[in-house]
Design a protein around this ligand. Structure first.
Ligand SMILES: [Zn+2]
Length: 219
């Protein structure tokens, strides 16, 4: 396969999509303390060669600046002259693109995703039973049961990658890092947004359901 150069308008479109998602998620408080990162893939794709636009490391994502995003290749290295650094977690984006061929990946740290990742750490997955929003993942069975994978959260990102590969579930477009956050993806930014919103809804549901049951049991 011969790779076509990425056009200026494709790049501009990717930045526009990221900017819109970034400001929406920032308004929900999903980027506490500069955490979280977003990426959108651009141009041709083969598992061994692709490019994506990603948020730069260490920026306040509630602000808009000319230094918010950069382009990187399949190894996470910048493909244009830039003083910006991609987030250290870009390597996880690289691996998810390589494994799934998806078009966009969003990552946020929230209190609910952290709490449920710890609550269900021993079973290495968060169980969800029969909640309507499971359909957001195109799983249409009635009373569907899903298990959202949880992987270890090591300080060195490359150590996390093999576990992500091992635990990816083709039915579930997301993976939780223990006491860290969720990575969710989709064919494009629109679908990745739908997926991450569904995950966050389900995490809050599971958290409240557990609490409700603990309360009832305690009486
Ligand atoms: Zn993170």
């Amino acid at each position: 396969m011969s790779f076509q150069p990425i056009t200026t308008e494709d790049k501009a479109r990717a930045f526009d999509e990221l900017r819109e998602i970034k400001s929406l998620f920032a308004s929900r408080g999903w980027f506490a303390g500069t955490s979280g990162n977003l990426s959108v893939r651009v141009g041709d794709y083969a598992p061994e060669q692709f490019h994506f636009a990603v948020t730069a490391s260490g920026k306040d994502k509630s602000k808009e600046t000319p230094e918010d995003f950069l382009f990187v290749d399949q190894t996470g290295k910048p493909v244009e002259a830039t003083g910006l650094k991609p987030s250290a977690e870009t390597l996880i984006h690289c691996e998810i693109y390589r494994q799934t061929g998806c078009g966009a990946i969003f990552h946020v740290h929230t209190v609910f995703n952290n709490l449920v990742s710890e609550r269900f750490w021993e079973r290495r997955s968060v169980p969800v039973d029969g909640v309507e929003l499971i359909k957001a993942f195109n799983i249409w069975e009635e009373e569907a049961h899903i298990d959202i994978p949880i992987v270890s959260n090591y300080a060195e990102i490359p150590r996390i990658v093999p576990e992500v590969i091992e635990r990816l579930d083709s039915r579930i477009p997301g993976i939780l890092l223990r006491k860290h956050g969720i990575y969710a993806w989709g064919a494009n930014a629109f679908e990745a947004k739908r997926h991450i919103e569904a995950f966050e809804f389900l995490f809050e549901y599971v958290y409240r359901w557990e609490l409700l049951n603990a309360g009832v049991a305690g009486k």
